[in-house]
Design a protein around this ligand. Structure first.
Ligand SMILES: [Zn+2]
Length: 309
């Protein structure tokens, strides 16, 4: 019996781009027929690959066609130009694809790309799993849930679950407006444990698609994450050098109030000018900058934390 990877049918959708290229193709794969329809998307932000793409491709390679009970759509690289540049957006218009839905077929590149994804990937989907995660400057390990998708967030099995930003212009917001159940996964980033994070995402996608009825139910144990409330980004008040005290091994763990997460050093003297501490009695670390980092301006996030109640 073939795998999903061997059975999927790919369609390339040209999106008008730049003078040099003319168009850039975004590739959407479909396998199966009938409902429910599941959609997997990765690299909506081009600086958050390749972990989500890898997780999706491993799922396609692992799952046999006989396990498919509905339709699965996949977009392994949703924003090819931004991914090529390892940037959040493309320089062509600097628009956030995750704030450009439902898009505009006569608009700028990102607006046209959003319109293609809305029409050919999102519309008609019943369950949407949008995989973001970490990237060039951070590591993270959570799923954003929305009203109605709390159960799907638990199926994903990421260490942390938090309430997501409820924006209609995001991919998940557009999907929800079309009647889908959607979550936004943030799990990835460089480091020694990057393969473990990608494996958690693959497992979560398999479990969620099984419980949603797109695939047969997987024989996987539950991995209930901790619900973090009142999420707060810790940001620098000035430029400098960020020195983490809590690094990759601390990601997803719970620390006591006052625990030092990292320090900002003066760029000239290396004196400590700002100290970042856990703000809650039980603070969960959902996103970290795990290595020494240049902080080029005020307002740079060094950690995203929430309270475990
Ligand atoms: Zn993202």
């Amino acid at each position: 019996m073939p795998t999903l990877a061997e059975s999927i049918v790919w369609t390339d959708h040209p999106v008008t781009s730049s003078l040099a290229y003319g168009t850039v193709d975004v590739r959407i794969g479909t396998v199966g027929e009938g409902g429910p329809v599941g959609l997997l998307v990765a690299s909506v932000h081009g600086d958050e690959g390749p972990w989500g793409t890898l997780a999706i491709n491993r799922l396609l390679a692992d799952v046999r066609l006989e396990e498919l009970t509905g339709t699965l759509r996949v977009v392994p690289v949703a924003h090819p130009l931004a991914t090529e540049a390892d940037a959040r957006q493309t320089h062509l218009d600097l628009l956030d694809l995750n704030g450009s839905f439902p898009g505009d077929p006569a608009g700028s590149h990102t607006q046209r790309l959003a319109a293609v994804l809305a029409e050919h990937a999102v519309d008609g989907a019943d369950v949407v799993l949008d995989v973001h995660g970490g990237g060039s400057w951070n590591i993270n390990c959570f799923t954003y849930r929305f009203p109605g998708s709390e159960h799907v967030a638990e199926w994903m099995g990421t260490p942390v679950i938090m309430d997501g930003p409820d924006r209609a212009s995001s991919l998940t917001g557009h999907a929800r407006a079309q009647g889908a159940v959607a979550v936004w996964i943030e799990m990835g980033g460089r480091g020694e444990f990057e393969e473990d994070r990608a494996a958690t995402v693959t497992r979560g996608l398999r479990r969620a698609l099984g419980k949603a009825g797109v695939l047969t139910e997987a024989d996987l144990p539950d991995e209930p994450g901790s619900l973090g409330v009142g999420k707060v980004p810790l940001s620098t008040s000035r430029p400098g050098i960020y020195r983490p005290l809590l690094r990759e091994a601390a990601l997803g763990t719970v620390v006591a109030e006052g625990t030092v997460i990292g320090e900002l050093l003066d760029p000239l003297s290396s004196e400590v000018v700002e100290t970042f501490r856990a703000p809650f009695p039980r603070t969960v670390l959902a996103l970290l900058r795990p290595t020494l980092a240049r902080i080029e301006a005020p307002g740079q996030v060094v950690a995203l934390v929430a309270e475990i109640v």
